[in-house]
Every structure is written in C-alpha cells, then in structure tokens.
Design a protein around this ligand. Structure first.
Ligand SMILES: C[S@@+](CC[C@H](N)C(=O)[O-])C[C@H]1O[C@@H](n2cnc3c(N)ncnc32)[C@H](O)[C@@H]1O
Length: 283
C-alpha cells in the first residue's frame, strides 16, 4: 500500500462503498466504519492493490472478483458450538420449551460456513426434535452459503470443536457426526436434511419466516447502531410470540427500539424472548 493520509483513505473508502453499491447493489454504508475500513485495507493488501482506489477500479471492471470482495468484507469466521455455554442453555433451557410445538422453525441469520447450523442440528437430533424442525440458514455471501451446504472443514478444527461440544453438554462423540478423510472432515448428510440455505441480506431484506428461534450471532457487531436497530426489528417481526432470539456475546438489545418487545431469558448468554403472551401459550 502507498502511504496515504487517513483522511485520503476515508475518501477512498467512501468511494469504494459507493462503487460497490452502484455497480453490484450491495450496500455497506451502514456497517461500523472503523472495522469496515480495516477490512477494505486488508483486502487491498491481499489483492496487491497499491491503494483502495486501485481495489475499487479492479472491482468495478472485474465482476468475477465480487465473491472474493464480499468474502473479505463480511468475515465468515465461525466454529461449531461456539460459546458452548450458550449452546448448553439452548439444549437444557430453550429446546424443552420449543418441544411443545408440533413444527419448529429456526432462522439462523449470518450462518457463515454453516458450523452453527450443524451444531444446532446436532442439538435437535439429540433432543429428539430434529424430525419436526426446519432450519433456515441465511447469509449475504453466496460463497459462504455454498461452503455451508458442502459442510467440509479442515480436520485441524475437530479437537476444539469436540471440546466445545462436550462443554455444551454433548454426551456422544462429535466424531459420530462427521467422516474424516485426509485433512478434512465432512459433516454427515443426515444433518442437512432439514436445513434450507438461502441468500438473505439483513441490510435490505425483510421478514424471512415465522420463527420460534432466531440465532444471529457475531453479525450485528459489524453494523452501525441504526442498522442494528433495523435488523432487530426484522427479527421481532419474524418471531412467534414467546419466540427466542440469540445474539453474540458482544451484542445486545441495548438502545434498540425493538428492545421493549423482548425480555431477557438469559442476559449473560444474550438469549432473549419475545414478550407479550402468557406462558400457557407455549405449553
Ligand atoms: C462472523 S460471521 C458469524 C458466523 C456465526 N453466526 C457465528 O457466530 O459463528 C458473520 C457472518 O455474517 C454475514 N453477514 C454480514 N453482513 C450480512 C448481511 N448484510 N446480511 C446477512 N449476512 C451478513 C457474513 O457473510 C458472515 O458469514
């Protein structure tokens, strides 16, 4: 990268964001500015562009680069049973309440490469609920969705994921749910059977389904407050009464206009419940 002043770089970032929106329709103008700038700088470096303007020019004139650009901007990092205490709470506290429904709809927004989707499928399978569950797994990035559908991951992650699974209350072996070959592991296809992967942009799209549980973890941290507000209102409108919302550990409903519609179910684990109906509606 050339040595640009921060002020000049801010102008280049604004032009990059505008170009991305006008050329391809992806609007990043409401993402948190500091982290977005950092990711655009990293992308410039990875793509060996001397300046952000250079990256803008390449992106404008080379449409096949778009998936790589979106990947760089959206951080599809994840792991299985990430934050095991949250998954333990889903297993022990939330799923028993959802069990009263004849059909359970779960929306996992910002599913990245699918690790959380398959973690959920395992929880549901072990709770005997998977057969009557539909998981809608969405993301902005088509490339992320494609990898999520494939469910193939580096085997080096297996040890950590196995520890997470045990800490989340798993009493089988995580290896029961995948086959390992060479340095890769492939998630068992039976965990895919009630999952629908679809592109959904939280910036622009609306209610996706009528959900009993929504997980959207480690996505809102990348958004500005007004965009977080919008997304949380979409989640409120997508949940059935007494439905659950799980956010990431560094995310919360604080300051959101939808906050008044929710009650904390486990504040520490960022699990909330849509308020407004007596408990008997669930049983
Ligand atoms: C850090 S990952 C979180 C993955 C997973 N939820 C977890 O916590 O492990 C963030 C994901 O949000 C997705 N994302 C970013 N902006 C989005 C948007 N506007 N609409 C939908 N998904 C988005 C990214 O593509 C990425 O896969």
């Amino acid at each position: 990268m050339s040595v640009d002043t921060p002020e000049l770089e801010n102008i280049e970032v604004a032009l990059f964001v505008q170009a991305l929106q006008r050329r391809y329709g992806y609007d990043f103008s409401q993402y948190a500015p500091a982290s977005l700038k950092r990711r655009i700088q990293q992308l410039s470096e990875q793509m060996e562009c001397k300046t952000i303007s250079g990256l803008t020019e390449r992106m404008l004139h080379d449409p096949p680069l778009l998936p790589r650009v979106l990947d760089g901007l959206t951080v599809p990092a994840s792991e299985m049973f990430r934050d095991p205490a949250m998954f333990r709470s889903l297993r022990e506290q939330v799923l028993p309440l959802l069990a009263s429904y004849p059909q359970i709809n779960i929306w996992q927004a910002g599913c990245a490469h699918g690790q959380e989707v398959y973690s959920l499928a395992i929880l549901l399978e072990e709770a005997g609920l998977y057969e009557r569950t539909q998981i809608f797994a969405t993301d902005l990035s088509e490339r992320a969705l494609q990898l999520a559908e494939e469910g193939i991951y580096p085997a080096r992650d297996a040890q950590q994921w196995s520890r997470n699974y045990q800490a989340a209350g798993g009493n089988h072996s995580l290896a029961d749910y995948y086959s390992a070959r060479y340095n890769l592991l492939k998630i068992d296809q039976r965990l895919r059977r009630h999952v629908t992967f679809a592109q959904h942009n939280l910036v622009a799209d609306g209610v996706f389904c009528e959900a009993h549980l929504i997980l959207c973890r480690n996505v809102l941290i990348y958004f500005s407050n007004p965009l977080q507000d919008r997304v949380l209102s979409v989640f409120r409108d997508s949940l059935v009464r007494n439905g659950f919302l799980c956010l990431g550990m560094r995310e919360s409903l604080d300051y959101a206009s939808a906050a008044a519609s929710f009650a904390p179910f486990d504040e520490c684990l960022r699990i909330y419940r849509l308020a407004g109906q007596p408990e008997r509606a669930f049983a």
